[in-house]
Design a protein around this ligand. Sequence first.
Ligand code: IPM
Ligand code: MG
Length: 375
Amino acid sequence: MRATITLLPGDGIGPEIMAEAEALLDVLARQHGHTFEFHRRLIGGAAIDALGQPLPSGTLAACRQSDAILLGAVGGPKWDDPDASIRPEQGLLQLRQGLGLYANLRPVKPHPSLHDASPVRAERLHDVDLVVVRELTGGLYFGRKLEFRDTAEDVCRYTRVEIERVVRRAAYLARTRRGRLTLVDKANVLATSRLWRSVTRELVKREFPDITLETLLVDAAAMHLISRPAHFDVIVTENLFGDILTDEASMLTGSLGLLPSASLGDDGPGLYEPIHGSAPDLAGHDRANPFAMCLSVAMMLEQSLGLVEEARRVDAAVRECIDNGETTFDLGGPLGTRAAAAAVRKRLAGSMADGALEGPVHHPDRAPLAAARVS
Ligand code: IPM
Ligand code: MG
């Protein structure tokens, strides 16, 4: 197949992991006879430095014209001045909003060989397989903001339509998995949460009578994610709660450097990025974990390009590296960014030589996430 992919390396470790994503895609293109056309564009601090704005119009236009978008990370101490009116993070937020990417899928599935790398006890990690569906274009992130010397304000606003579309996507996903949907909110305090609750209950009753809906307050959810993570199947929640809970949930896998994500709208290209940030302390030292980026590439292959088998092979290659200790320092391994990513590519080459591509393409493994694409 032919596909146009916009690459947005961004800041910090972004360019390092993006280089590895590109190399990975090159290997797959060669092995499977695809043509991936890459368009590299600026975003975040790098774009502020070059063009004075975090999301240049050329970047947004290139994204709109592509089949999928890969993003590294944005932000860093260089642009951290609290008084600055232009910030790298605005580039990412404008991109999410500009492309209407309202549903952010963050799967969390700890690898058995990494159970000891998690601060959570290993016996609690068996059977953990959850996806957080985070609302991505509303709530406190996008409400009106006021900043004075001694007062500041962030407005949290949600509409029925905004809630329905993301809950519908999460419910579809739950239907293809274990059929449990958990709405996380703060309905005992927040008016927006009460709207989330009533809209979600109505929608699930009307359109998804076959799935089980439960509601959980966000403070309790933070605790349950640690005390009984295997309970969860699909969690749906508003923007800020989703941001916080997914950093927490990443520790079930042993490292923030392992979690990929997909940001999807109703049509147009999806955006794929690791959930970790720009990690300025690691930047330039060949220390960043490239696996969250490799797994984001896998999500992109499957969900935006429909390349299910290629996605499965990338997932398997990363899993094999983890099983064999070919990991970066955050997982206790000896490898740098480049060597860990090279190990993934080597395993891809190996699996090809073993004839792993023979026989029928098989989908069931990844069906749940594929089904998250609501047509
Ligand atoms: C994330 C990040 C972003 C967010 C930042 C960089 C704006 O933390 O994708 O989780 O808060 O959404
Ligand atoms: Mg975050």
